[in-house]
Design a protein around this ligand. Structure first.
Ligand code: SF4
Length: 550
């Protein structure tokens, strides 16, 4: 539910971005703080390390929208990286201008988010105030996501990786002059060689470099070799007496590494402060705790077109043909052992809803399986409510959406649980056995295991798709997308929500916000009907991030 749709009480009269209109003082410490004007100094540059938290007064609804808008390029970057990793391998990826060009061009062409597009453009013709607003949004949205994704190791890792890739792509398009001033602004005081030193070193540095003539025009710096590990590893730098000699253009990997180290420390620090922030402010609690569930992409909450939906009598067959490993495993568990724990029921039940099963069919399915071991009356009392809840027939009466890969990959999985992503959560030997059982060759198994061990779970899943669908290459980001891509190939029809549609960024931010606001709130414990939406009765502004997050 978007924050502006939360039930409001009469005391809630603080509604404008320009400040308080009146009404009783908010009860909590954050909202009692003095309203602060934007700190313009923070928003003078297109790219920074985001060192200081913003101190502005910001409407909650803006916080939510801006953070959602930032998620869209981050997810997009992830998809672009995944596609390129498959083609060129991870180690050569970071030096690829192809990567930068693909990314920047796709963001530009699709104009995913106007404000980010402005920051990736040359700015010509852009009004100063639009540029300022774009930078402010960029800065503030980074901090919101930093807070939202700081709450577990997996989420921190995901956020840091996407932010570093986003940073890298943006840094790669800075001019040498901009890089120079960036280094100064961030306090990275590397020594620039004077002309005499440069003339001596240039012959060693350039060697048989194809771009030697161009590079001669660039400034040369010497940096401690430990700061240039990525270049050293790739044997792409000249070393002498513990110093690496690099051109301005080669600062990308060094500065991105610095940004990563800085961000890792800051996100860790943020995670320690989160308890206090959430305790202090219920509105922030709602906002931040639900970002981690957000997924940008097609809405798979129901199949829509009933003519080709999957019906209950088909799931035995399609589970073998078209399920991703995570869902196939849960299907086998429930049909073999007639039981699945809470989160397994939720993950698989939402997937089934997404592929087209009606409420009645789901009740028939779960009841039929569980009552092979459980008393039917008990099942009715314990489980019927949860299934109705998924379809918006109980509780807050809103339909829930199936979980994305990110959500499943970052779920906690305990002993006896059958949910989770097999590429992340399974022991490699179990994974190998399963892969062989579905007909994947030994060579295929070891390739897939390599991706899984390296943490590239979705690529591993895409490889399984390719091996089981005649080599078709698909980037996987949602179990229901996997299913639809598979059905499209098997039935010979173009999937309604194919990868190409996703890659074109066809879901607008507003659609995403509407979807996210709709059904993803409070969904983890809904199977058993444990949670109800809570009222928020307070200001819809947040003031003083700096003091809260210090
Ligand atoms: Fe399921 Fe996604 Fe993992 Fe594939 S990558 S098994 S679809 S969670």
């Amino acid at each position: 539910m978007p924050l502006d749709e939360f039930p409001r009480t009469k005391s809630m009269e603080f509604t404008t971005s320009s400040g308080l209109r009146g009404g009783p003082r908010p009860r909590n410490r954050l909202a009692r703080a003095v309203l602060a004007a934007p700190d313009q100094q923070k928003y003078l540059k297109d790219l920074t390390f985001y060192s200081e938290p913003p101190g502005d007064t910001i409407p909650l609804v803006d916080l939510e929208n801006w953070a959602l808008q930032r998620l869209e390029p981050l997810i997009y970057i992830l998809e672009t990286v995944l596609r390129l990793v498959e083609r060129v391998g991870l180690t050569s990826l970071h030096s690829l201008s192809e990567w930068r060009n693909t990314l920047i061009n796709e963001i530009r062409q699709n104009k995913l988010i106007p404000s980010f597009y402005v920051l990736l453009s040359s700015h010509s013709g852009t009004a100063e105030e639009d540029l300022y607003e774009a930078r402010r949004k960029d800065y503030i949205s980074h901090f919101i996501l930093r807070a939202a994704y700081s709450t577990s190791e997996d989420r921190r890792r995901w956020f840091i990786q996407q932010e570093c890739d986003f940073f890298r792509a943006r840094f790669m398009q800075l001019t040498p002059q901009q890089i120079d001033s960036f280094l100064q602004e961030q306090g990275l005081h590397y020594v620039k060689l004077n002309d005499a030193e440069k003339n001596v070193m240039i012959q060693y540095i350039l060697g048989d470099d194809k771009n030697a003539e161009k590079k001669k025009m660039l400034d040369l710096y010497k940096v401690p070799w430990l700061d240039a590990l990525e270049l050293v590893r790739g044997r792409r730098v000249f070393l002498q007496a513990g110093m690496a000699y690099i051109t301005t253009q080669e600062f990308t990997s060094i500065v991105t590494q610095k940004f990563r180290e800085f961000l890792e420390r800051e996100v860790q620090h943020m995670s320690l402060s989160m308890g206090r922030i959430l305790e202090d402010d219920e509105r922030m609690q709602k906002l931040l705790q639900n970002f981690e569930k957000y997924y940008l992409g097609p809405d798979y909450s129901s199949r829509g077109d009933t003519s080709d939906r999957i019906t209950l009598d088909m799931i035995g067959t399609v589970s073998k043909e078209s399920y991703p490993l995570c869902m196939r495993h849960m299907h086998e568990e429930v049909t073999t052992n007639h039981h699945l724990k809470h989160f397994g029921r939720l993950h698989y039940g939402l997937f089934l809803k997404g592929i087209g099963l009606t409420l009645e069919e789901q009740i028939t399915f779960w009841r039929g399986e569980f009552t092979k071991k459980l008393d039917p009356d008990k099942w009715d009392k314990q489980h019927r409510y949860g299934i109705r809840h998924m379809y918006g027939k109980e509780g807050h009466m809103k339909e829930l959406s199936p979980y994305s890969c990110i959500k499943i990959i970052t779920s906690s999985v305990g002993a006896g649980d059958k949910h989770g992503c097999p590429f992340k959560h399974w022991d490699p030997r179990n994974l190998a056995t399963k892969l062989k059982s579905i007909g994947i060759t030994d060579a295929g198994v070891s390739e897939i295991q390599g991706f899984a061990v390296g943490g590239h779970y979705q690529i591993a899943c895409g490889k399984v798709f390719a091996f089981t669908h005649k080599g078709a290459e698909v980037g996987i980001n949602h179990p229901n997308q996997y299913f639809e891509e598979s059905r499209a190939i098997i039935t010979g029809k173009l999937g309604k929500k194919s990868l190409s549609q996703e890659a074109s960024g066809s879901d607008s931010a507003s659609n995403v916000a509407a979807k996210v606001g709709g059904e993803e709130m409070n969904d983890t414990a809904l199977w058993d009907g444990e949670l109800e939406p809570m009222d928020i009765e307070d200001s819809n502004h947040i003031t003083g991030f700096a003091s809260a997050w210090a």
